[in-house]
Design a protein around this ligand. Sequence first.
Ligand code: ZN
Length: 231
Amino acid sequence: MPTDAIIECPSPNHDLRQPDMVVDMLVVHYTGMLSAAAALERLSDAEARVSVQYCIDEDGRIYRLVAEDLRAWHAGISYWRGKTDINDRSIGIEMVNPGHEFGYCPFPARQMDAFRELALDILGRYPIPARNVVGHSDVAPLRKRDPGEFFDWHAMAEASIGLWPGEADYLELAPTKIKNILADIGYDVRDLPAALRAFQRHYRPSRVNGRLDPETARRIVGRSQLIGEVY
Ligand SMILES: [Zn+2]
């Protein structure tokens, strides 16, 4: 990533990471606002108390709001693989998009190209395992829907950003077993339909309904096999 391609847009909304904290997560969001300008303003508003390291406009322009070594405030109350302070251990990227509330729309190719380039650059510099490349909805399934089902996780996985599961032959439909597998993947499974919806939004975006249908079950097992846990 040529540094001169990134537009500096510093936000006061940050604090320090815990000493010795290792950044091992990448969290993807959408802005959920009508314009990039409105999103950048909010992400820099001291009273809003939200921020992120990077924001990518629909035309592919990348804004840096918080330096990577600082703790930005993008994940909120969240959980992944037993950890709850996701802001402390992650780098956040916001994709400009109106979101489900204001007219959710596909992410333009130029925006996805910029995301791919930035994410690969980050993944080359931090020990972030593929299983820790997640959406906001993965880490806050009861509260969040971003970046949503239009975010092309499949194409990103083919570019070595995150994981994409095939459908396992083995079909496990016992809810308790599925709950355990989702927990092993990393989800907060206290509300199983919410966890299923989050999984579908990321890994089976054609139908996001929180139901344990056969394809969802096969993809959950397929996803677990990608990280070496065989059921
Ligand atoms: Zn978000």
